[in-house]
Design a protein around this ligand. Structure first.
Ligand SMILES: [Zn+2]
Length: 320
């Protein structure tokens, strides 16, 4: 009697049927896969909402005023942590040192960044306007307000070859007529110093109230990291790099940047880029059958029932 199991009848019969069972299973799996692919290709997604790039829903804006030389270290801190800042500059003070009289009789001397270094210092950051001579916009004539902003636009554009679309009000001082006047120059947002302590958007982008001054930034760090809301939000921080002469304040900022820089669901963005994105969302046409991103718009990310999708200019998607 042979020891070879293939000679035994029961085993032989089993080995004969095994390939048949396997290939049947394969056909069934292929058939199911085909049906699945066919159905999913045919099924149109439904539109849920807009997101920031890459499906993010949280954003961070870091807006710093005056353009003094301490910006150099702050900009480097942002870069180390993959963060983007918006720096609001007084174009007529670039390269000079001037004294600012204080209410208590002291004078604070400020040294401003040199004209020829803007594209080095702010290479990875947004450059924005802050009034050529830092005048109080609610205490001067309309012509003077326009002069302050138009001078900034002219000088900053010529030094950087960039389009300037953001600004911060000197002393945070503004009102309806000032904000309308500034919007007429092509500026798309105007930041105040009225802290909201929220992560909400303003109704009027020309009266953009920030979340908080950087002296309170750690109070809002954990709440923002833990925020898990469907709606878009922004953590908007403002301040002056010259205030970081205070070591405790600087160390707090380092801690803030190092922590928030590690988060992977927050879009660190310049104020102008954020504003442009929000304005571009408003241009997207959504109706019951279709969502269309106009040809002259920028790419927009949308949340569909099938997942996050980037919608390029000129692209449209049929909806369920
Ligand atoms: Zn200022």
């Amino acid at each position: 009697m042979s020891e070879n199991p293939t000679d035994s009848q029961p085993y032989k019969s089993y080995t004969n049927t095994l390939p048949t069972i396997l290939s049947m299973n394969r056909y069934i799996i292929l058939f199911i896969a085909f049906i699945f692919v066919f159905v999913s290709c045919d099924e149109k997604p439904s539109f849920i909402d807009f997101t920031y790039p890459e499906g993010n829903r949280k954003a961070l804006v870091l807006s710093y005023d005056d353009g003094t030389i301490q910006d150099i270290e702050l900009a480097q801190l942002f870069e180390k942590n993959n963060l983007v800042g918006t720096f609001n500059l007084n174009s007529k003070y670039l390269g000079v040192t001037r004294g600012w009289p204080q209410q208590n009789g002291d004078t604070i001397y400020q040294k401003y960044v040199p004209k020829d270094s803007l594209l080095i210092i702010y290479k990875n950051h947004e450059i924005a306007a802050h009034g050529a001579l830092h005048k109080n916009f609610t205490g001067i004539s309309s012509d003077e307000v326009l002069e302050e902003i138009n001078t900034d636009l002219e000088i900053l554009k010529s030094l950087t070859n960039r389009e300037i679309i953001s600004m911060a009000y000197p002393f945070g001082s503004t009102n309806d007529s000032v904000s309308r006047l500034i919007a007429s120059t092509g500026i798309k947002n105007g930041r105040t110093v009225e802290d909201t302590y929220t992560f909400d958007f303003p109704k009027n982008y020309m009266m953009w109230h920030p979340t908080c001054h950087d002296s309170k930034v750690l109070d809002f760090l954990d709440p923002y990291l833990e925020l898990n809301e469907q709606q878009l939000s922004v953590f908007y921080v403002w301040g002056h790099s010259w205030e970081f002469g205070n070591e405790k304040r600087w160390n707090n900022m380092v801690k803030f940047c190092e922590t928030i820089g590690k988060s992977n669901d927050i879009w660190s963005v310049g104020h102008g880029q954020l504003t442009n994105y929000l304005l571009a969302i408003k241009n997207v046409q959504v109706d019951e059958q279709k969502i269309t991103n106009p040809l002259d718009n920028q790419p927009i990310w949308i949340n569909l029932s099938s997942g996050i999708k980037k919608l390029n200019p000129g692209e449209s998607i049929n909806l369920k």
